[in-house]
Write a protein of this length. Structure first.
Lengths: 467, 482
């Protein structure tokens, strides 16, 4: 009996609003414990939630970016449970009427992964544990989240990884979330069960939490597949439970069962009126939607005529693509700039572990290098080296090029060529007498003497007019 | 003396604001031991506020409530002043902010005499569940003052404040006002911001006013009503100016009498309310028999909805952030003991009832069904208001009863809310006033319910009756103070 993993994801994304979802506290990161709180998000008696409309806008954008329907009517519910990081002892979420539904993302291999719903909810605080005591920091209470829930359509770790990367990228492009798993702005829970190949009966799933990177997601899926497979093969049954992924050991462990049998006693949130979006509202949100990866890909291939591979590589990271766009806006040498960025700059990034945002130069500088190349002022080789220098050290492109000898005045070539021909006078004689093969050698010597910045065509000219 | 007249005399200088406040403080000091209407008396700050108000008045900058001494029910947050909800859970709690209603009063320079006693967390109809001791009725201190705003009602009745802010979820302003022989107004849901009102049932709670007459209630309401950035359920339709129709001719007004309301009432109560109906007929109003068929389900629906919301609203009291903290070996133990020790019996009962109604498997049968009854009641009210302008009913099936005679049977207590809960469920405005006295001399209350946001009409209609009805004073009352 061979088993296939059946995977669904629940992804929580922190929205890029300036305030929290139900109060005016800043939606930021860090700060001393309990310094970004107010009566509302701290659950003080008498405080009431006020819905942040920006959160609605961004949640709707997330839906549009994933081909979901944006629901005209959505509403909030209370999810009740006690925990020290939840000040009201209920979380305001959208249980019955989420803001978006029925979307999808297609993953590598072509499978369509359906998105069941996207809903808005508030984040809880953080607990800090020390030897004798635990403490609650409520700064994160009320941070706006969207929860994106997929159908159990994924069938492998690779598909899951692709889904998360694609989703993160789309959300980033859409300005919804900065999608940084290591920082916690994107959190992925995996629901995984095993299904006998050829069957369509779903097995009992386990829910895996504490996945802090895409790699962890893959490892956890692989571990779970093996674990559950072992249980099923020996005739046992998989328990429905929540398991915690242990990054160090690469295994999942059952969490204490408090998570499993909760009755959340959902009921409609009486303090917040339902969210009503008109067709016009949704069209406005759609119009404000920034360019998504697919659209940018089409722009690169259709308008800029870049090859498919170039376009794919450029859009992979938004900051990288933004840099490219900024450069191309200055100098529309689309292919040249693409070459420079996908060549030397990407090489640097990969080698040194730097990021495009670490660049010491501006996009306009790279654009300038492309222009110098296009005008024939520097060679392609020189251009690559120039980019590397500008990226790591900065500086003005033309000045650096001159200092490093990538640009030479053609006027200066004459005397150099004279000197070379004089030095190799014997060879010049032999060439003149018919040994044409020697031209290459003479050319080479001349090029070396003139320096890398020399335009080969110009050097050739100088030689020919002398001999 | 009506508040509008007090305003005039303060502004003319005939009455001095500081002297007025001192007089009230003296009376509280003298009489409140017998009544228990205040939990906290703000002696020093009240005098400071009176002085500030007096300066403003002298400088010609007075506002409607400048220098007027009011009390505030102790479930409404007042910055820097203990706010306990009459519970051990919050016996030391000092809010860091003012409720919007309080802020609006402060902006007018009112004087806060203190925080009044109540049933714990607003749950009750007798004001006997307070951890600070019960409130006694000024008409007979062996009897309950009603609840949950019993302290507010007793204070107004005994002349221990000029008017009072109370809160009403299922009758908690109207019923104690009736029991204590004064006037109590619950506005349309959404009229007064709930920001700073420590929540009991979010979809039913409203801050209301207890005063000596309908016009005064409208006067105070006008200062605290209206939209608020901090409360998404506060309505733009609450526009104030609630005394505008006082004194106008109400002949031709159609008054509905829903027969179901009179069924469970004591004979004396029905008779007194019918005498009020006769009065209205005699001045030219039209009386009409009408029906609210779903009344028989109203109390059940009310207790399911309010308890469910209350259970969630009171979950935040876990001993971790504020309030009473019990000891525990672990977090669950800490929370459990904090709540076990901090909450009284009635509060625990409602929380359990509420959680039960919401629990998996029962939600449809209890909570959701209660919601459907709510929808039905709203529709039935709408039908009545097609043919009537106001509805006249008793406020409670009986007058105030002896302390300890009834509170041991919770269900009987709940059933006596039958006359007040429907206005809460439907979100409609209702005002209670005295329409008679029973054989023991205890006040009997009648209620006028109006269309949504039509407080002006019910205030005017109530005021008309009050001008021609002679109230009996209690032994504490004013001595001409107000």
């Amino acid at each position: 009996m061979s088993y296939q993993p059946v995977i669904g994801l629940e992804i929580h994304c922190e929205l890029l609003t300036s305030s929290k979802v139900f109060c005016a506290c800043k939606n930021g990161f860090g700060g001393g414990a309990n310094t970004r709180v107010c009566p509302v998000c701290a659950g003080m008696p008498g405080a009431l939630p006020i819905l942040n409309r920006d959160a609605v806008r961004l949640a709707a954008r997330a839906g549009l970016a994933t081909d979901c329907a944006v629901n005209r009517y959505s509403a909030f519910d209370r999810k009740n449970y006690f925990y020290p990081d939840l000040p009201k002892a209920y979380q305001i979420t959208q249980f019955r009427f989420p803001i978006c539904g029925n979307g999808h993302i297609d993953v590598i291999g072509g499978r369509r992964i359906r998105i069941n719903r996207i809903h808005i909810e508030e984040d809880a605080g953080k607990l800090v544990h020390e030897a004798e005591i635990s403490m609650a920091d409520l700064n994160r209470c009320g941070v706006p989240l969207i929860e994106i829930v997929t159908e159990p359509d994924l069938r492998s770790a690779a598909e899951a990884q692709d889904f998360v990367l694609k989703l993160g990228r789309r959300l980033k492009y859409a300005g919804v979330c900065d999608a940084r798993m290591e920082q916690g702005s994107l959190r992925v829970d995996v629901n995984i069960s095993l299904m006998p190949r050829g069957s369509d009966t779903l097995g009992t799933r386990a829910e895996i939490k504490n996945l802090n990177s895409v790699r962890s997601i893959c490892r956890a899926i692989e571990y779970e597949t093996e674990r559950q497979s072992g249980i099923l093969k020996s005739g046992g049954s998989v328990r429905f439970e929540t398991r915690r992924y242990d990054e160090k050991r690469g295994v999942t462990c059952a969490m204490r069962s408090k998570e499993d049998a909760r009755d959340y006693r959902y009921f409609p949130e009486p303090d917040i009126p339902p969210v009503l979006l008109s067709d016009a509202d949704i069209e406005t949100i759609r119009a404000e939607l920034p360019e998504l990866p697919r659209e940018r890909y089409l722009r690169y291939t259709n308008e800029y005529r870049l090859p498919d591979e170039d376009a794919r590589l450029l859009i992979a990271r938004k900051e990288f693509s933004d840099f490219y766009d900024a450069a191309a806006a200055v100098v529309p040498e689309y292919k040249l700039i693409a070459n420079l960025m996908l060549g030397e700059i990407s090489h640097l990034i990969n080698e040194t572990g730097a990021d495009i945002t670490d660049a010491k130069c501006a996009p306009a500088d790279i654009a300038a290098v492309a222009k110098l190349t296009a005008d024939g002022v520097v060679t392609k080789g020189a251009a690559r080296e120039l980019c590397a220098i500008l990226f790591t050290e900065g500086g003005k492109p033309e000045a650096v090029a001159k200092t490093r000898g990538y640009i030479t005045d053609s006027d200066g070539l004459g005397p150099i060529v004279d000197a070379v021909l004089k030095e190799h006078a014997g060879l010049v004689e032999q060439y003149k007498n018919g040994n044409e093969k020697l031209f290459g050698y003479i050319m080479g010597q001349a090029m070396r003497a003139c320096g890398k910045g020399a335009d080969p065509a110009a050097v050739k000219q100088e030689i020919l007019i002398r001999i | 003396m009506r508040l509008s007249e007090l305003r005039a005399r303060l502004d003319s200088g005939e009455i001095d604001a500081v002297g007025l406040t001192q007089e009230y403080l003296k009376r509280i000091h003298e009489h409140d031991k017998a009544l228990g209407s205040y939990i906290t008396v703000c002696e020093r700050s009240a005098l400071r506020e009176a002085e500030a108000a007096q300066s403003a008045i002298r400088a010609g900058r007075s506002k409607p409530l400048s220098g007027i001494p009011l009390s505030v029910k102790d479930n409404i947050c007042t910055e820097g002043v203990r706010t306990t909800c009459a519970s051990e859970m919050l016996s030391d709690f000092v809010p860091a902010y003012d409720a919007t209603a309080v802020k609006r009063l402060r902006d007018e320079g009112f004087v806060m005499l203190g925080k009044t006693n109540m049933d714990e967390f607003g749950m009750g109809g007798s004001s006997q569940t307070s951890c600070f001791g019960g409130v006694r009725n000024p008409y007979d201190t062996r009897r309950v003052a009603g609840g949950s705003s019993g302290g507010a009602a007793a204070a107004v009745a005994a002349g221990l404040c000029a008017a009072a802010l109370g809160t009403d979820t299922g009758g908690s302003v109207r019923q104690p006002a009736a029991f204590c022989g004064v006037t109590g107004l619950k506005p349309t849901y959404g009229t007064v911001s709930r920001f700073g009102l420590i929540a009991f049932a979010s979809s039913l709670d409203q801050i209301g006013v207890i005063a000596r007459c309908a016009e005064d209630a409208g006067y105070v309401l006008s200062s605290i009503c209206g939209c608020d950035r901090n409360d998404a359920t506060a309505s733009r339709l609450a526009r104030g100016n609630y005394t505008q129709l006082v004194g106008s001719d109400i002949s031709g007004l159609r008054i509905g009498l829903p027969r179901e309301f009179f069924k469970g009432c004591r004979d004396e109560v029905s008779a007194a309310v019918m005498r009020a109906a006769d009065y209205y007929r005699s001045i030219g109003c039209e009386l009409a028999d009408c029906s609210l068929p779903s009344l028989e389900y109203a109390v059940s629906a009310y207790y399911l909805i309010s308890s469910a919301e209350a259970a969630a609203n009171l979950s935040r009291f876990d001993g971790i952030k504020y309030g009473h903290r019990g000891e525990g070996d672990d977090c669950a133990g800490l929370i459990k003991h904090s709540r076990r020790e901090g909450f009284g019996t009635e509060v625990k009962r409602r929380i359990m009832l509420g959680n039960y109604a919401l629990s998996s498997g029962y939600y449809e049968e209890y909570y959701n069904r209660a919601r459907r009854i709510q929808a039905k009641l709203r529709a039935e009210y709408e039908e009545i208001f097609d043919k009537c302008d106001v509805i006249l009913t008793p406020t409670a099936p009986s007058a105030a009863y002896a302390i300890g005679s009834r509170e041991s049977d919770p269900v009987e207590m709940y059933l006596s809310d039958i006359c007040t809960v429907t206005a809460s469920i439907a979100g409609l405005p209702a005002i209670s006033s005295v329409c008679g006295y029973d054989a023991d001399g205890m006040p009997i209350g009648m209620s006028l319910t109006g269309r949504a946001f039509d407080e002006k009409t019910i205030i005017a209609v109530c005021d008309r009756f009050e001008r021609d009805f002679e109230r009996k004073e209690n032994s504490f009352a004013g001595g001409g103070l107000i």
